[in-house]
Design a binder for this molecule. Structure first.
Ligand code: UD1
Ligand code: CA
Length: 449
């Protein structure tokens, strides 16, 4: 990357009416991350330098949300939404500090590719004053058209302001622009609002710059990169493209998926080589899976770490704080929350383990429940290494079960069990010989009457 200084301005003041949502559009998520955060990440990997976020609609929600994914962003409020140039000028004081490059991005184009941003910056470094990222589409309605003369970009005409001839142009404005920092304020200040929408269009700086003899260039990106999200159908479309890219990246890094189209990842999912993933698995945010692990079908995993050669599922649910050690097993219809399952421990069927530690090599029988909640507070269950918990036991926390201890099946355990001891937490069985036969006979006699 060049050593040039850079300011990235992300426009996110719009309401996004067509989302029909109480949430500002750019906070809707793709792969578990707000779409505007995807834009931030792309900018950061292109060496974005300082970040300015222009907010307006839903400013309160935005102020709350933005620091979570970009704490260092400078926030500017655009009080009135008078157009994209006006929005950029909300960050006037940042631009005025003086940068080599100013990048303008829209918060609702989450699939923007960092290489396209880096390329635009490289063109500034090579002497361009304004770089516009365009894309081609057979269906350009609604987009600004890139008007070229003799191969040079001379104007961007908004859809509503196009002549019939211009409307037929299929080379469109993605919204991404790179501007030589030294020119930025003078260009933006020259923008007027004499157009169909009565807005200050950022796109007008192309014509203004051209008239000043500046070097204005168009770069081309794929349609996917420029995809702007306006409604929930487009949101789902972008999610699908993101998932497809991620699956490809994950498979090429050495992970096997037999039906990749049914496996869903989050923006931060980490999967090491030689992990095997069966169909229909969902990874929420905060998951890492180490080499050799197997994730069986229909598992739902979030906020969990899965150690080397561990096995999860089928039909397992790992909730935040589930931490599985090497070769640990969490099988069908088990839920694990905020619990460490140490190396080689087995929780094979129909179990809830929450707020707990399951020591190395312990075996948790089917139907075991850690009763971690009394309706007011949560309590911890500590199960020692090598312990054996018989099926259908209720472990009432707070509780410590010692190493190699044995809990008889069907127990309700309310008191600590020391190392190596055997605990029965249930009533003794009573057996009445011949009683079943007697009852059957009585019923038969009654029926005869
Ligand atoms: C804009 C471009 C158009 C391009 C299209 C790509 C302009 C004038 N037009 O049109 O050439 O083809 O995007 O999707 O730039 N915003 C603010 N404050 C404002 C106005 C807009 O922050 O006052 C933000 C919006 O939240 C959004 C972005 O700027 O993130 C684009 O605004 P929008 O109104 O969607 O522009 P388009 O009409 O789609
Ligand atoms: Ca738009």
């Amino acid at each position: 990357m060049t050593a040039r200084s850079c300011l990235s301005i992300i426009l996110a003041a719009g309401e996004g009416t067509r989302m029909k949502s109480a949430l500002p559009k750019v906070l809707h998520k793709i792969a578990g991350l707000p779409m505007v955060a995807h834009v931030v990440r792309a900018a950061q990997s292109a060496g974005s330098g300082d970040l300015a976020m222009v907010i307006g609609y839903g400013a309160e929600q935005m102020r709350e949300a933005v620091p979570a994914f970009v704490p260092e962003a400078e926030i500017f409020v655009q009080e009135e939404r008078l157009g994209t140039a006006h929005a950029v000028l909300s960050a006037r004081s940042a631009i005025a500090r003086g940068y080599d490059d100013v990048l303008v991005m829209f918060g609702d184009t989450p699939l923007i590719d960092p290489t396209a941003l880096a390329d635009a910056r490289a063109r500034l470094a090579a002497g361009a004053d304004v770089v516009v990222l365009g894309f081609r589409t057979e269906n350009p309605a609604g987009y600004g058209r890139l008007v070229e003369k003799e191969g040079a970009l001379v104007a961007i005409r908004e859809d509503k302001d196009c002549t019939e001839e211009e409307r037929r142009i299929t080379f469109c404005n993605s919204g991404l622009m790179a501007i030589a920092g030294a020119r930025a304020l003078s260009l933006l200040d020259a923008v007027g609002n004499d157009n169909a929408k009565g807005e200050y269009y950022l796109t007008d700086i192309v014509e203004i710059g051209g008239a000043r003899g500046l070097k204005i260039v168009a770069a081309e990106a794929s349609f996917e990169n420029a995809l702007g999200i306006n409604n929930r159908a487009e949101l789902a479309g972008a999610e699908a493209i993101w998932q497809k890219r991620k699956r490809q990246e994950i498979m090429l890094s050495g992970v096997t998926m037999i039906a990749p189209e049914t496996v869903f990842f989050s923006y931060d999912t980490e999967v090491d080589p030689d992990v095997f993933i069966e169909p229909n698995v969902y990874f929420g945010p905060g998951v890492s899976v180490e080499g050799g692990a197997t994730i069986r079908a229909f598992s739902h995993i979030e906020g969990a770490t899965i150690g080397p050669r561990a096995e999860v599922g089928p039909f397992a649910r790992l909730r935040p704080g589930a931490d599985l050690g090497e070769k640990a097993k969490v099988g069908n219809f088990c839920e694990v929350k905020k619990a460490t399952v140490e190396a080689g421990a087995k929780i094979n069927h129909l179990t809830y383990i929450g707020d707990a530690r399951v020591g190395a090599g312990a075996n948790i029988g089917a139907g075991t429940i850690t009763c971690n909640y009394d309706g007011y507070s949560k309590f911890f269950t500590d199960i020692g290494a090598g312990a054996f918990i018989g099926s259908n036991s209720a472990l009432v926390a707070p509780l410590t079960i010692g190493e190699r201890a044995y809990v008889a099946s069907g127990s309700i355990i309310t008191e600590n069990v020391p190392d190596d001891s055997l605990a029965f937490g249930r009533a003794r069985q009573k057996t009445l010989p011949e009683r079943a036969k007697l009852l059957r006979q009585r019923r038969a006699d009654a029926a005869k009457k």
